[in-house]
Design a protein around this ligand. Structure first.
Ligand code: FDA
Length: 308
């Protein structure tokens, strides 16, 4: 209930102003975000890689309103990829990209603009010796995002896709995507979706996640298992063992700042563990989704607002 309510009101300008201007917000942001600058992302990435983890770096932003802004996002990824190369981190660090940040919502030309910009980032990633994963956004963008990923994969076969277990369609999408050479990140899904397209009961979402896991783990591609849920991690570990999956044929993935001890435990146990590391100034949408995921975060946030 709380999750839906927060995601629903998060588009209000007043709520945005309230959250972004609250002094306590900075503390909460720092838990989930590397910092404002490329150098901040590089410093945190170096620390994570030093601890035996790999990283996917996300330049925050999803409300690109014109071509110049989309170009600036491409420029930010180019600078990030150059920075990763210079720091000797590109082998262990890839990038995650949102198509809306690249111009997907820019009217009739949006799809073509986003594709062209994604191709530029894929080329820069290849130059750096690393890969790109295209994040998944709300369900109105699922078809176009999967189409763009398929087009990117013609030239850049290692481009990763993301699917969301809360969508009813996703088990079928997993069957389509689980082919040799694919990289598919399976997450629960973080947006406010209607019951016409999504499971709304969390147990149903978990059951869907397990069905999708089976398809991906028994398939020929590389499953990227993105969850912090202890039960799902146990199930995934058992399914990986049963399928005799070698460590280079899958990854666990978690968000920066969430269950870091578990991230380290999985890495120490020999599982490839990749951390999703966001950075940049446009953190509002990302922060709201993290607050909405966990009622305890919201309570903590609300209490801090009142007690200041
Ligand atoms: P669940 O929400 O049930 O959480 C399980 C446990 O994890 C909780 O009990 C708690 O201990 C901990 N936890 C989870 N969230 C927390 C939080 N915010 N703060 C503190 N503790 C928390 N979504 C999407 O729609 N599109 C995308 O492209 C991506 N990409 C992506 C990449 C990666 C690497 C990850 C890990 C996740 C995503 N997501 C995403 C987000 C995903 O859809 C989902 O919202 C979150 O991962 C939370 O779901 P869990 O599977 O962790 O389960």
């Amino acid at each position: 209930m709380l999750r839906r309510a927060l995601l629903a009101v998060s588009h209000s300008a007043a709520i945005r102003k309230g959250i972004t201007s609250a002094p306590v917000t900075r503390d909460v942001v720092e838990r989930y975000v590397a910092g404002d600058r490329t150098e901040d992302a590089l410093a945190v990435a170096a620390r994570l890689v030093g601890a035996g983890l790999s990283v996917t770096v996300d330049h925050l932003g999803e409300d690109t309103l014109d071509r110049a802004q989309a170009d600036a996002v491409v420029g930010a990824y180019a600078a990030l990829l150059a920075g990763l190369t210079d720091a000797g981190l590109a082998k262990d660090c890839e990038v995650s990209v949102k198509l809306t940040a690249l111009g997907l919502a820019l009217g009739a030309d949006g799809r073509a603009i986003a594709l062209e910009n994604a191709l530029r980032i894929c080329a820069a990633a290849r130059e750096a010796g690393t890969t790109v994963t295209i994040d998944m956004e709300d369900h109105t963008t699922t078809d176009v995002t999967l189409e763009v990923v398929a087009e990117l994969r013609r030239d850049f076969a290692d481009t990763g896709a993301v699917v969301q277990a809360y969508l009813v369609r996703t088990e079928a999408d997993c069957r389509d995507l689980a082919a040799a050479g694919s990289r598919v990140r399976l997450c629960k899904g973080a947006y406010n979706e209607p019951s016409s397209v999504a499971f709304t009961d969390r147990h149903e979402v978990d059951r869907s996640y397990v069905r999708c896991l089976r398809v991906l783990i028994e398939g020929a591609g590389k499953p990227l298992i993105a969850t912090h849920d202890p039960t799902l991690i146990d199930i995934a570990t058992a399914l990986l063992a049963r399928a005799r999956r070698a460590p280079d044929s899958y990854e666990f993935q978690m968000l920066y700042g969430i269950r870091p001890a578990e991230q380290q435990r999985l890495a120490n146990a020999g599982h490839p563990m990749r951390v999703y590391l966001p950075y940049g100034t446009d953190w509002y949408g990302y922060l709201v989704r993290r607050l909405a995921e966990r009622p305890a975060n919201l309570t903590f946030f609300a209490r801090s607002l009142v007690s200041r």
